[in-house]
Design a protein around this ligand. Structure first.
Ligand code: MN
Length: 227
């Protein structure tokens, strides 16, 4: 018996392909982590320090539907590889960082680009553009035991069968162990943390009825319909 005074909020979890469910603690997202995408967003692709923002755990969505959100007319797809952690800590050295990885999933960092742009211009936080309801469609987690560590290979996004985004995981400016190490200097990481690793170039808008398909070969396909 607890003495909570309201019903306890549900724990968000992501199904694991080999069985079970992965409970989520936090969702970190890295910005501009592929050079070609940094350039298309008007930024220098040089290796400046990484920057992060967060989504809310309950923004993750495994239904395969993405309801078009309110107060925007420019919702963009960002296909991303997601890394999930089975353990964490502070000041994790790069050489130990991969010991904390439980597995990988395909995901979308859906973005209200018009609202994000207004916030950027005003020097304000991005949550209204990034951390809205069901803004992070995600597929099942594939464990390291199942697929190994994903350091290279194509990542693509199609909309209605047309190729829109294409990159290679080996083009990540900040590699997975570097992201984990860097984050752990600023935050205490822990089991249940989820890191969206950034998107290749080719981001663009979707409309109701569009079907988005994200692919990274060992992870299969994440198919999400805009409703
Ligand atoms: Mn992103």
């Amino acid at each position: 018996m607890s003495d909570y005074v309201i019903p306890t909020p549900p724990v968000t979890s992501i199904p694991v392909a080999s069985g079970g469910a992965f409970p989520v603690r936090r969702v970190y997202c890295i910005g501009r982590n592929y050079a070609a995408h940094a350039i298309e967003m008007g930024h220098d692709p040089d290796r400046e320090p990484p920057f992060f923002f967060q989504k809310n755990p309950d923004n993750l969505d495994t239904t395969g539907d993405f309801p078009y959100p309110p107060h925007t007319s420019d919702v963009h797809h960002e296909a991303e590889l997601t890394v999930v952690l089975k353990s964490g800590g502070k000041n994790i050295p790069v050489e130990r960082a991969m010991d904390h990885v439980y597995g990988y999933a395909l995901s979308l960092d859906m973005t209200r680009r018009d609202l994000q742009g207004e916030m950027k211009k005003a020097g304000r936080p991005w949550e209204i553009g990034k951390a809205f309801e069901r803004s992070a469609p995600i597929g099942p987690i594939h464990t390291v035991e199942e697929v190994g560590h994903l350091e290279e290979g194509a990542i693509t996004l199609k909309v209605n069968g047309d190729l829109r985004q294409e990159g290679d995981l080996n083009q990540l400016i900040w590699k997975t162990p570097e992201m984990i190490s860097y984050l752990s200097e600023y935050f205490e990481l822990a089991a249940g943390d989820v890191i969206m690793t950034g998107t290749p170039s080719g981001v663009g808008p979707v409309v109701k009825g569009d079907v988005m398909e994200v692919e990274v070969s060992p992870l299969g396909t994440l198919s999400v319909t805009v409703t």
